[in-house]
Design a protein around this ligand. Structure first.
Ligand code: ARG
Length: 581
């Protein structure tokens, strides 16, 4: 990988080993961007402390052994012992040329690919998806794509909430309405929120209905065929709805990725038995509970994870324990990423702790909760409609597209598009805006759903980046040249060329950062910085009207490499990039 920070880190490690012995090769070389040069290595400071020597002396010793003649014209020790490095323009240009020429933009697949479950979206059957699900769907999809690009084997997993006590009342309500109501695309069932609320109201107000519902849950859990058939109707209606949302957003989930809570039903009893046999589950007040160390309540009392209730039933925790066990025993994964709302953090910490006690999770197999922050309205409260109801996703997406159209029509452009082309562009802008807004902030921070901000064609937004891509493409169209035909060679002269070329070298590093902690916003920041570097270049360095042919060839090559990096990067975020805008 050509990332200068990584290249320099390897060289500094070599120098450390040469100067102080092989055991020092693993010390963090502390490479940082520098104010005075391109990069600095700060390792001399902590190392001097450890060795009980003067930092500048240690720095000088490192520099003596540092093999960087190809990278830099000069190394300088400054301040208390910083090692400053200014990269050679030729080195930068040569590396950028490799990015240009490589199919994978000089990002090699990882050496040790892992098998990773990425669990995301996970909406509930017979309930409306809400903006929280929207966010886990968008963020999870980007995580899956990024890991796959890096060469990992990804198992996408949609852990749909399709099981449990509410299904008793939902099935009974369905029977009351008449089951063909579900087959028609009739408001009573396809309007999931209304359907759920009506069932709930009857359950709370009608004793007979509540009784029927309870019996129905028992029948469902016992696998009664007629009950399962009715349950399947509800599941199918919901799946159709989820799929419309996924298709519209360009999410890579299909029915094949659904492994809902019901999937684990048969594994609940064996999971509980294993935990009991291992002595991790103990009977407390009639229930089988595990008490993972370190989890205590207000009074310091140990907090239980309930594995089996006193009535013999299982719950959400059991289901998640069975899921971990299945992923380890049957799917043989190395890593599980749970892209789920932050409010479930304690639940997952405790489930993972019990799974560690059971020996399912260890250093080789890790589980992590990729927390998703709440989505708030512009009033700072949980997003609601003006009437106070849950915001329907489909309506939200329609509004995004409508507003995208308004903003889009304000752009000055030299070509006019027919209505169908315009509609396709505006749809892509609306979806891109919503998706990028979710992806560009740290996934665990709360985030304000604000159409005005996300649909702007300026700033760190989807539309800005889509427009940047379209602008680069239009240069090639005007020049009568395909981007693939821009082969350089890249030479770095102007400061803006240098900055752009340098930035092109860090795509792989950005992807690795995004993959390490399942944080797509690391990639989003990189893409935005690259687009900004391109904008500066574009404003300062004429491409088609470059002063001479060599410069023109180099600038076209820089534009082509930028284009491909932006399109690939946005593709990994799942943000569409229309050809023209
Ligand atoms: N269906 C749940 C919800 O909507 C999310 C499921 C999260 N995943 C899990 N393994 N528990 O809140």
């Amino acid at each position: 990988m050509p990332d200068p920070q990584l290249v320099l880190a390897a060289r500094v490690s070599g120098a450390l080993a040469a100067a102080f012995g092989p055991s020092y090769a693993d010390a963090d070389p502390v490479i940082r961007p520098s104010q005075f040069a391109d990069l600095q290595a700060n390792v001399a400071l902590p190392l001097a402390k450890k060795l009980g020597r003067k930092p500048r002396e240690v720095a000088a010793e490192i520099v003596e052994r540092l093999d960087v003649a190809d990278l830099t014209a000069g190394v300088e020790v400054s301040g208390p012992g910083f090692i400053n490095i200014t990269l050679r323009d030729e080195w930068i240009a040569g590396q950028a040329q490799q990015v240009l020429e490589d199919d994978r933009l000089a990002v090699p697949p990882v050496e040790a690919p892992q098998r990773v479950v990425v669990e995301y979206s996970s909406p509930n059957v017979a309930k409306e998806m809400h903006v929280g699900h929207l966010r886990t769907t968008i963020v999870g999809d980007a995580i899956a794509r990024i890991l796959e690009f890096l060469g990992h084997e990804v198992i996408r997993d949609n852990h749909v909430g399709d099981w449990g006590t509410p299904f008793g009342m939902l099935i009974e309500h369905l029977l009351d309405l008449g089951e063909d109501a579900a087959a028609r695309d009739d408001a009573s069932v396809s309007d999931l929120t209304a359907f759920y609320q009506a069932a709930r109201a009857k359950f709370d107000g009608d004793e007979g209905f509540a009784d029927r519902s309870r019996r129905r849950v028992v029948a469902l859990q016992a696998g009664d065929p007629e009950t399962l058939r009715l349950w399947q109707i509800l599941v199918d209606v919901s799946k159709r709805y989820f799929n419309t949302v996924y298709e519209r957003l360009g999410i890579t989930l299909t029915d094949d990725h659904i492994k809902g809570e019901s999937f684990y039903n048969d594994l609940l009893a064996p999971t509980a038995e294993e935990l009991e046999a291992k002595g991790i589950g103990v009977i407390s007040d009639g229930a089988l509970c595990a008490f993972p160390p370190g989890f205590t309540g207000r009074e310091g009392e140990p907090l239980p994870v309930i594995i089996r209730k006193s009535d013999g039933g299982y719950n959400y925790s059991t289901s998640d324990l069975a899921t971990v066990r299945y992923r380890v025993d049957t799917e043989h994964v190395n890593r599980m990423i749970y892209v789920v709302g932050a409010p479930q953090s304690l639940h997952f910490q405790m489930v993972f702790a019990v799974a560690r006690m059971a020996g399912w999770l260890d250093g080789e197999v890790v589980a992590e909760h990729a927390e998703i922050g709440n989505v708030l309205g512009t009033d700072g409260k949980i997003l609601r409609t003006r009437a106070g109801g849950t915001v329907k996703l489909v309506e939200l997406l329609d509004e995004a597209v409508e507003r995208a159209g308004v903003e889009y029509d304000k752009i000055q452009r030299d070509e006019a598009f027919d209505e169908a082309t315009r509609a396709a562009i505006v749809e892509a802008v609306g979806m891109g805006a919503v998706k990028y807004a979710d992806l560009s902030v740290a996934r665990d921070s709360e985030y304000i759903f604000d159409f005005d901000r996300m649909i702007a064609f300026r700033g760190n937004t989807g539309p800005y980046l889509q427009y940047a891509v379209a602008r680069i493409r239009s240069i090639f169209r005007k020049g009568g040249l395909a981007p693939e035909d821009a082969t350089g060679p890249i030479v770095v002269g102007h400061e803006a060329e240098r900055a752009l070329a340098l930035h092109l070298l860090s795509f792989g590093a950005a992807l690795e950062q995004a993959a390490a902690n399942a944080e797509p916003h690391r990639l989003a920041s990189y893409i935005f910085e690259l687009a900004s570097a391109y904008t500066t270049f574009h404003e300062n360095c004429p491409v088609l009207k470059a002063p001479d042919e060599e410069t023109k060839a180099s600038r076209l090559a820089l534009a082509a490499a930028t284009l491909r990096t932006l399109v690939t990067g946005l593709g990994l975020l799942g943000v569409p990039t229309p050809e023209r805008m």
